[in-house]
Design a protein around this ligand. Structure first.
Ligand SMILES: Cc1ncc(COP(=O)(O)O)c(C=O)c1O
Length: 472
């Protein structure tokens, strides 16, 4: 792709996702040359292209501005009010049935939880892994027992520091992916029968983990753009004996919502007031599309109430199964839970990732990955706007790789899921993201795969299936 097209797509993504808002001034041609390290001709061509797409306008003697009325065909989904009580869970069988059907590699993976593996530096990681295995010090099998490999924990602590958070390597526990981290956190602060708060919609695996541990959940409504509702959370904290909150503040799965920095601080203040810990599932935080990362809750966690759960599964190394918990005041409990649950995390992989973080070019890889995801989101939104019926609502996430759609109320996305599978396409139907199987006319689509003729055709087919349900 030519550089001007690349710059135009990147800027379009920032506009469509609201990072650049109507009326905002774009960098001058000279500034843009400096920022993107391109020539004035490239910037002029990119701006010309954006003008012709109706996204920006040139104002004489003032520069380029985002147009006031963008042509966005579909509005964003509305926040829904879940059932207010706490409930025991019976979701796992239902969720497994849906997920089992979407593993076939021949199916267009719009319902998948993973982006395309081609986005990851797997060859390079393989070389680091081979080297780590060759040079493995036999003593490491003992020294790297939980909390885990020290070099890796130090690299993670440095990344927190770059985000303004002082996290000591001693409070970081390396886990088998975020999934193990979430389970350990829940086990550390709850007993069977306890109540926890989750967002609605929420990641189904959090519901499954809660079911396995015999927990009840209170669902807190979450806005598709701004995330969990603080007023609703405050009411729930007042009226239920909530033992922990399990939330995704950055680019939540499935809605892609992002809790603004000021609201993160307000959330922490509220949890301090009630002395309730936050288990923050943050596997998408590195995949932001804006110029700066979202604020890290650990930067404001003076009380040590946050168990920040991270992972490399989405940002660097899917399949390596390395995650971590920065566990604040719960570090020693979680370390003990880890020892008794699975003893340790695979040692050579920890060493390989520590070496990669030191020398492998992680930030450069992340910049490329973010840019690809942003561009892919723009393409998928365009395809949906072209093929889905009026009445569709759609998020414009500022990071991650999921779109959340609200279809006209007559649509049943469980039926749509079946019909789509018969046509070789997977989707993630809304009810799997809710303890009460709500969101019957919602669905999650994955834009983590490069735009392709097969994918565009699949969006076209989905549009056709939705229209057929509407007509029936
Ligand atoms: C929100 C969220 N948390 C955790 C996970 C699991 O992460 P890991 O693969 O590191 O266990 C996923 C994977 O889909 C996810 O979407």
């Amino acid at each position: 792709m030519s550089r001007y097209q690349d710059l135009a797509d990147q800027t379009e993504g920032l506009i469509r996702h609201g990072t650049l808002r109507p009326g905002d001034k774009l960098p001058s041609i000279r500034q843009a040359c400096r920022i993107h390290d391109v020539s004035p001709v490239t910037v002029t061509q990119a701006y010309y292209r954006l003008e012709s797409r109706g996204l920006i306008e040139a104002r004489p003697k003032s520069g380029y501005f985002v147009r006031a009325h963008l042509n966005t065909a579909f509005p964003e989904p509305e926040m829904r009010q879940p059932h207010a009580g706490s409930s025991a869970l019976a979701v796992s069988d239902f969720i497994f049935q849906i997920l089992d059907s979407v593993r076939d590699p021949d199916i267009v993976p719009l319902g998948s939880s993973f982006p395309a593996p081609t986005h990851y530096p797997l060859d390079k990681l393989g070389r680091f892994l081979a080297q780590a295995a060759r040079k493995l010090d036999p003593l490491a099998t003992v020294t790297d027992l939980p909390p885990g490999n020290e070099a890796l924990r130090r690299q993670l602590a440095l990344r927190y520091l770059n985000q303004g958070a002082q996290v000591s390597p001693q409070e970081i526990i390396i886990t088998a992916g975020a999934m193990e981290g979430l389970n350990l956190c829940l086990q550390a602060v709850t007993r069977p029968g306890d109540v926890i708060a989750v967002e609605s919609p929420t990641f189904y695996a959090g519901l499954q983990a809660s079911e396995r541990l015999g927990l009840k959940v209170v669902e807190i409504p979450s806005h598709p753009r701004d995330g969990v509702s603080l007023p609703a959370l405050e009411t729930a904290l007042r009226t239920h004996p909530i033992k922990a909150c399990l939330f995704m503040l950055n680019f939540a799965n499935p809605a892609g919502s992002l809790v603004r920095d000021a609201n993160k601080q307000a959330l922490l203040a509220l949890l301090r007031q009630y002395d309730v810990p936050l288990i923050e599932d943050d596997v998408y935080g590195e995949l932001y599309f804006g110029p700066t990362p979202p604020r890290c809750t650990k930067a404001d966690d003076s009380a040590g109430l946050v168990m920040h759960v991270g992972s490399f599964s989405k940002s660097l190394a899917p399949g390596y199964r390395i995650g971590w918990v920065a566990a604040g005041r719960y570090a020693s409990q979680i370390q003990r839970q880890k020892l008794s649950l699975s003893l340790a995390t695979a040692v050579p992989i920890q060493i390989a990732l520590a070496d990669y973080l030191r020398h492998g070019g992680y930030d450069q890889h992340l910049r490329r990955l973010r840019h690809s995801l942003l561009t892919q989101s723009v393409r998928m939104i365009e395809a949906i706007e072209a093929h889905f019926p009026p009445g569709t609502r759609l998020t414009r996430p500022q990071g991650g790789y999921f779109l959340w759609l609200e279809l006209p109320a007559q649509i049943d996305t469980l039926r749509l899921h079946q019909a789509a599978l018969e046509r070789g396409i997977s989707i993630a139907p809304g009810p799997i993201f809710s303890a009460q199987r709500e969101f019957r006319h919602h669905l999650r689509l994955n834009f983590g795969h490069p735009d392709s003729a097969r994918q565009s055709a699949a969006i076209d087919v989905l549009g056709e299936l939705i229209r057929a349900q509407l007509a029936a």
